[in-house]
Design a binder for this molecule. Structure first.
Ligand SMILES: NC(=O)c1ccc[n+]([C@@H]2O[C@H](COP(=O)([O-])OP(=O)(O)OC[C@H]3O[C@@H](n4cnc5c(N)ncnc54)[C@H](O)[C@@H]3O)[C@@H](O)[C@H]2O)c1
Length: 399
């Protein structure tokens, strides 16, 4: 392996430009050497913006380069992640991918096992475990600050799709996409398309698992559709019935006895990214808030049984990524840590590999269980048993 890691990035869209590429650009541990996008003009312009020497519209040209150590997959959540992940691992490259790795948690485990068998490290875009405030919270918990965990409450909510004029499909289409099935025809309980629970709740579910230090034993949850009619694409002028999960809640019992709750939504008033994580234990409690409000992107408050008023704590400088600047946006600041941490884990070569495919599989299993709980209208046990084969029939949202 060369001194600095050499990275190939697949996907030069919005999230790549606001989070991934700035993170790689700033990390002293790597160089992005090739950027790939189906839209070659986009690949070229973004490559020039981030001083990346090569660009292409063919991902196989990236995977086949022997000098590339790491592949980063930032395509949309339309099923492309899974194919690209397996191709990356087969090509013998370390892999970072946006969530979800695969819609079915069993496929995420398969990908994890393939990576393990080839000695490759993996990481998933569980962005918010890398927020300095969350990293600090995890360390406080490891040091015993909360004692025995009693209860976790997680929220991931913002109002990006509250306005029905905001198209469900974020892409800017020049011509109407053809051949896509209509959404929301089936208004039965099972007809709702899982969306917020997979694309928005995932990173906070991950934080919750780390906070309570346990797997979940059973879950019961509801997916709801609060804004039923909206524009589908930027080219539509009429509203359409789109039966999609834009608000969901679940509660769970953990194996270690802790209780766990989660609410996720993109139609609840509030700013990005809209995350709150509260953990209460026998010795103390911690509340982290990652909501961009008046230029403040993160806060952490703690309380003790003998000092029950929550007090804001300063986040020590060691939790901030290389090149961090005070006015950094949240996406750039948090992803800077993620990317740098992944490079460090690969270069160090030990066992450490936080937020990897195994962790993502645990999160995806919970997401799958909440969807099944909603469909069946009952508690669902974990580990999941999908004897009826429902998981493979679910159509998840690509938006
Ligand atoms: N972790 C987070 O907090 C977070 C936040 C926002 C978005 N995301 C995730 O990031 C991913 C990308 O989202 P986005 O908003 O940037 O989407 P986008 O549509 O803006 O960008 C995706 C890009 O991938 C390209 N692409 C698709 N398939 C390709 C292929 N086979 N080869 C090369 N290029 C290909 C497209 O041309 C497009 O430019 C999604 O999975 C989304 O869920 C994660």
């Amino acid at each position: 392996m060369s001194e600095k890691l050499r990275v190939g990035v697949i996907g030069a869209g919005r999230w790549s430009v606001s989070a991934h590429l700035p993170g790689f650009y700033r990390s002293p541990l790597c160089d992005v050497v090739m950027l790939c996008d189906l839209d070659l003009d986009k690949a070229e312009s973004r490559a020039r913006q981030f001083e990346i020497p090569g660009w292409t519209d063919d991902y196989e040209k990236v995977l086949s380069r022997p000098d590339i150590d790491v592949i980063d997959i930032v395509t949309r959540s339309d099923g492309s992640h899974e194919d690209l992940v397996f191709a990356t691992l087969e090509a013998g490259k370390h892999c970072l991918v946006e969530k979800p790795v695969c819609h079915d948690y069993r496929d995420v485990w398969r990908a994890h096992e393939l990576a393990q068998s080839k000695g490759l490290k993996t990481k998933v875009g569980l962005t918010f475990r890398y927020a300095p405030a969350v990293m600090y919270m995890f360390d406080l918990i490891r040091e015993g600050f909360i004692g025995q965990p009693f209860a976790f409450n997680g929220y991931e909510q913002n109002s990006q799709w509250l306005d029905p004029d905001n198209p469900m499909d974020k892409r800017i289409h020049k011509t109407k996409p053809l051949g896509e099935e209509p959404w929301g025809v089936d208004l039965s309980r099972q007809g709702i398309t899982p969306s917020s629970i997979e694309l928005y709740a995932a990173p906070t579910i991950d934080i919750g698992l780390e906070c309570i230090g346990s797997d979940l034993a059973q879950v019961v949850g509801v997916l709801a559709n609060m804004v039923p009619f909206r524009r589908k694409t930027n080219l539509d002028t009429e509203y359409e019935r789109i039966n999609i999960d834009d608000l969901d809640m679940f509660i769970a019992e953990a194996k270690n006895g802790a209780l766990y709750s989660m609410q996720s939504s993109y139609v609840t008033v509030g700013n990005y990214p809209g995350i709150e994580a509260h953990i209460y234990g026998s010795q103390g409690a911690i509340k982290v808030r990652l909501v961009d409000e008046f230029g403040v992107i993160q806060t952490i408050h703690t309380a003790r049984p003998d000092a029950v008023e929550f007090v804001q704590q300063e986040i020590p400088p060691r939790y901030f990524p290389p090149g961090y600047q005070k006015d950094d946006r949240w996406d750039c600041a948090f992803y800077g840590n993620l990317v740098h941490n992944f490079c460090q884990e690969i270069i160090d070569g030990g066992e450490a590999n936080q937020g990897n495919f195994a962790q993502s599989a645990r999160v995806q299993e919970i997401i799958n269980a909440v969807v099944l709980s909603h469909y069946k209208h009952e508690w669902v046990d974990l580990p999941l048993n999908d004897e009826a084969g429902i998981l493979k029939t679910i159509r998840f949202s690509p938006f």
